[in-house]
Design a protein around this ligand. Structure first.
Ligand code: SAM
Length: 326
């Protein structure tokens, strides 16, 4: 009586559970956050490895089953079960997160964890294989996308373990992978909304050159609108431009990156691309944008090959020229 809609695929291979726990590198002093404990196969080994486990489970029947499983055992006083939706509840303090999650919450959960403070040491999470490969993808890899770039801005990500469908009951349709996510401390000093605004535009057509991406009518008019709004604001308030570049705003992180799914960077057909026609009013601004690309030698590069440092450099050149993405 498992619920497909809740992504209930129970880990049935005890050797695999052992291997996940071992690779997680749990310390005996760790407070462990588990998401979606289900019937508790992973929970039991986590309790044996760490100091305590806080498990968040949506399904009340699973919560009951879990409590029944540990009732009267010495493990039960180190387990706290929270019944609810992990995306909606306040997360407690934890040192490490280890979880076999329902795949439909992969992206919002990843960014909810990365926005959580104080920062934890690591999260070791089972994802759908393709999502996992996108998380860890490097410049030049086929799966390199907005999800890769945004996640890697905030964390180091590494692939730990390939997991076949038959390790689960019932088996899901897709293969899985366990990934290790370690939040970066300190974070790069960027405004996430600005960063994501830039990355979103670049990956909308990741195989086009940056030069052609920023010659599009839609892109230029969006940037020009931001530019004019900011100019008007600065004139009105007489704010020096450096002060407008907000420092890191972690609170906006979930909201900004939360909509990243595997197909968030759906690529459009080439023929849809509408290049700016050189409208006189817009041409001055267009020259400003192209000058930035030229300065950083970005014109002929492609998003699919740009590194974190490249995006950082491009963003700072744009911002220096007063061009903003949010
Ligand atoms: N951890 C168990 C295991 O490995 O055998 C079960 C994993 S199963 C893939 C996912 C579990 O997450 C299910 O027990 C499901 O009820 C629970 N779940 C689904 N959506 C959830 C949510 N939004 N918040 C918390 N738990 C959720």
């Amino acid at each position: 009586s498992f619920h497909k809609s809740k992504g209930q695929h129970i880990l049935k291979n005890p050797l695999l559970v052992d291997s996940i726990v071992q690779k997680a590198g749990i310390k005996s002093t760790d407070v462990i956050l588990e998401i979606g404990p289900g019937t508790g196969n992973l929970t039991k080994k986590l309790l044996e490895a760490g100091k305590s486990v806080i498990a968040v489970e949506l399904d009340p029947r699973m919560v009951l089953e879990l409590q029944r499983r540990f009732q009267g055992t010495p493990l039960s006083n180190r387990l706290k079960v929270i019944q609810g939706d992990v995306l909606k509840c306040d997360l407690p303090y934890f040192d490490i997160c280890v979880a076999n999650i329902p795949y439909q919450i992969s992206s919002p959960l990843t960014f909810k964890l990365l926005a959580h403070r104080p920062l934890f040491r690591a999260a070791v999470i089972m994802f759908q294989r393709e999502f996992a490969m996108r998380l860890v993808a490097q410049p030049g890899d086929t799966l390199y996308c907005r999800l890769s770039v945004n996640t890697q801005l905030l964390a180091r990500v590494s692939h730990l373990l390939k997991v076949g469908k038959n390790n689960f009951r019932p088996p899901p349709k897709v293969d899985s992978s366990v990934v290790r996510i370690e939040p970066r401390k300190p974070l790069a000093p960027v405004n996430f909304k600005e960063w994501d605004g830039l990355v979103r535009i670049c990956f909308n057509r990741k195989n086009k050159t940056i030069g052609s991406i920023f010659r599009q009518k839609s892109v230029l008019s969006l940037l020009e609108k931001n530019y004019r709004t900011l100019q008007a604001l600065q004139l009105a308030e007489n704010v020096p431009s450096e002060d407008m570049e907000m420092a890191l705003d972690v609170s906006a992180l979930g909201e900004t990156f939360g909509d990243l799914s595997m197909d968030a960077d759906d690529e459009k057909d080439d023929d849809e691309m509408e290049v700016d026609d050189g409208d006189a009013k817009r041409s001055e601004f267009k020259e400003k944008v192209l000058a930035v690309l030229k300065e950083g030698k970005f014109e002929d590069k492609r998003s699919s090959k740009l590194t974190q440092a490249d995006f950082m450099h491009l963003l700072s050149l744009f911002n220096k020229a007063g061009i903003h993405f949010s």
